[in-house]
Structures are given as structure tokens and as C-alpha cells.
Ligand binder design. Sequence first.
Ligand SMILES: [Fe+2]
Length: 263
Amino acid sequence: MIDLHNHVIYAFDDGPKTLDESLEMLKQAADQGITDVFATSHFNEIIREESTADYFSKLETLQNELRKREIALRLHPGSEMFFHHYLHQTIKKLRTGTLGGNNLYVLMEFPLYLMPAGVEETLFNLKMEGFIPIIAHPERYSALHQKPEKILNFIRLGGLLQVNAGSALGGFGRTVQKIALWLLENRYAHFLASDAHSPRGRGFKLAETLRELEKNLDKTYLQKLVQDHPQKIINNEILEPLTLPEPEPPKGFLQRMKERLKL
Ligand SMILES: [Fe+2]
């Protein structure tokens, strides 16, 4: 398995605080059959070059420590980029801007409680520059909870969806779980990832989540989410976005009245 989204770099964001905690997390990942980890720390448009250097130095330290301990786990650089309007420009300058430094896939997130204006334009700009946006945990944005079908607009704009394992297990509440399962049942998601933050609590729980999901969902599809699709990112291959029908236009007053009166 390949984990596409987690915060495993120590003393960098809200992930682990120490090298030991990072290594404990990575050991847990390896023990459950994860072979590759994209270390997607939080980044934004104001992060400075010194922070990027710090990130890469810690990534290297972790990879060396894994080698010393004979833990067979490959680390890949990356980031979880916080939404801003000129994101397509920022990622060209940042060494962590794209997953695996491949200049192709961008893992991005939005504020959890408010969907900002200009999302369409930003995704359009990313596509125009040849990037493929991956939307981190779309099920967690509370601004979309009333109308989860709005999540599908990310796909219509050329994005791929990454669902959190913790969401599917119910770790973020019933509403988030329901939306996560709806995205998986309908095969709208391209990735399932841990979004791990610590050795306990929000850890790597991919194997556990898969065991649970396999009771009701197609195994082959689930394997694609944690193996085949992220492998394509490592290989620098293109994953095609899903093709969805356009949403129906909102019904006018007259139409609603006709339906109510069964005319
Ligand atoms: Fe994250």
C-alpha cells in the first residue's frame, strides 16, 4: 500500500513533535503493509525557503533512520497545500509543491468551515498550467455538508478526490462518515489515505480501514485507491478524472408548482 497523505515530518506542522514519534508512526505504517509514504506536511503561500530546507533535511534524516533500522519504507516529498488564489504560481516555486516533486500532482486543502470564493478559477488555472489537483478529504468541509453533491463539482473542474481513512471509520463524526462512504460507494474517490498526525489517535490506519470497508465495498476498487492510483503518481503517469454528467439546473417556481400539483 502507498499512503498519499499524512503529517509524518517531526517538529514541522501539527504532526509528531519528535524524531522518535515520527519513527514510531513509520514503523506502524510498515507493519501494516505500507511500502511508500508521501510526507505531505502543511504548506501555504507564505512559507519560506528555510522551512522547505528544514522539511527536506528532516525527510532525509527519517529515510536514513529507516534504513538503519531496516524498515522497508520509501519516503517521497510532497505537501498539503492550503488553498489560495495564486496556488498555481506558488507550487512552481516551492520544491514541495507537487507530490514526489513530479510537477504534476498537487494535493490541496480548503478551510474546513468555509468554502472560499474563487475555487473554480484556481482549479482552472492549475489545469491550464498542466497540474492535476487532488482535493484532500472533501468529506470534511462543513460548508458542503448540507449539499454533498457539490463535492462532485471538484471532479467536474478536473480534480481527483482523496478520502481520509479516519473519515470512513467515523473518526470525524457521523455526517463526515456518511459522505465519505457515499464517495466511496459511488466510486467518486481516486485515493484513500491516512492523513496520520501522530503515533496514537490519528495514526496510519489504512489496513484497519480497508478491512472494514471490504465488508461492503468492492475489493478491486479499494486496492486501486491505496495501490494502483498512488503508484501512478510515483510513476509520473496521468490518472484521468472521472466524467460526470452536468448537474441539473435548479427548477424554477413554475416547474416546482407543476410537480406539486402533478400537472
Ligand atoms: Fe492533512
